[in-house]
Design a protein around this ligand. Structure first.
Ligand SMILES: NC(=O)c1ccc[n+]([C@@H]2O[C@H](COP(=O)([O-])OP(=O)(O)OC[C@H]3O[C@@H](n4cnc5c(N)ncnc54)[C@H](OP(=O)(O)O)[C@@H]3O)[C@@H](O)[C@H]2O)c1
Length: 218
């Protein structure tokens, strides 16, 4: 992304209000990005949870997470993906920040896709076929998403993204940059496996140069 690109200021939606979702909401609030957030509970049921973990976020129903936002970040466990309404995310840029863990149960369509040798990013993109998917924000821990606890100075730390949609990848790169990290596009979604738990980038604190070297070697 160009260094002079405008900061990201649009409202975003975060689906999932657990460790990752609320950490992203706090990081967004720090840089002035407004957030709508939803979980499987209603806004009133989330009231005390959000007061503690994401006090500046606006709670909405999960079915409304795509309303009035320029993108949605998917931050629910993969085994819960069958409960996410695909139609409610239609036409949106969708950041897939989910991860596949060996021992976790999965929806049948995801198990089948993985058994066929595909990355979870590709199978999830197919499932959310009416959204434009960008794999990103999954390979950093919720601790490091909180902007004051990064292990490298935030502007040095690279965050990778992969997508088949250039304009959507550029939008997400602008969000990542505004959050204080350096976005590095690793390529099309087929490369998304590099960002996943078995991939070489996962949970690594890398500078942009280190990340590019690693991509070169893989
Ligand atoms: N933890 C991390 O450091 C980290 C970092 C990057 C990415 N991720 C990925 O982000 C995802 C969530 O991880 P987590 O650690 O935040 O999990 P978590 O703490 O267990 O939180 C999961 C959240 O998802 C919500 N949820 C479940 N089904 C939902 C649905 N159908 N619609 C809306 N919300 C739903 C839950 O809501 P209820 O509580 O109301 O059921 C809860 O708020 C995983 O795929 C994980 O791999 C995690």
């Amino acid at each position: 992304m160009r260094a002079d690109a405008a900061p990201f200021t649009d409202r975003i939606g975060i689906l999932g209000a657990g460790r990752a979702g609320t950490a992203l909401a706090r990081a967004a609030a720090t840089v002035g990005i407004p957030v709508n957030i939803a979980s499987s509970r209603s806004p009133s049921q989330m009231k005390y949870h959000l007061a503690q973990y994401a006090p500046q976020a606006t709670a909405v129903e999960a079915k409304d997470i795509g309303t009035g936002v320029s993108l949605v970040v998917l931050m629910v466990p993969q085994d819960d993906l069958d409960d996410v309404d695909v139609g409610s995310l239609a036409g949106l840029t969708l950041i897939d920040a989910t991860n596949r863990w060996d021992d976790a149960p999965l929806p049948g369509w995801l198990e089948d896709g993985l058994a066929a040798g595909r990355s979870s990013s590709e199978v999830i993109a197919e499932h959310f076929h009416s959204s434009r998917l960008v794999k990103a924000l999954n390979h950093i821990s919720h601790w490091d998403l909180d902007s004051d606890s990064s292990t490298l100075q935030t502007q040095q730390r690279a965050l990778a993204l992969a997508s088949d949609y250039k304009a959507d990848a550029a939008l997400v790169a602008r969000l990542v940059s505004t959050l204080g990290f350096t976005p590095v596009l690793v390529g099309e979604l087929a490369k998304g496996g590099l960002l996943e738990p078995e991939g070489e980038i996962f949970n690594q604190v890398l500078s942009p140069a280190q990340l590019r070297t690693l991509l070169h070697e893989s």
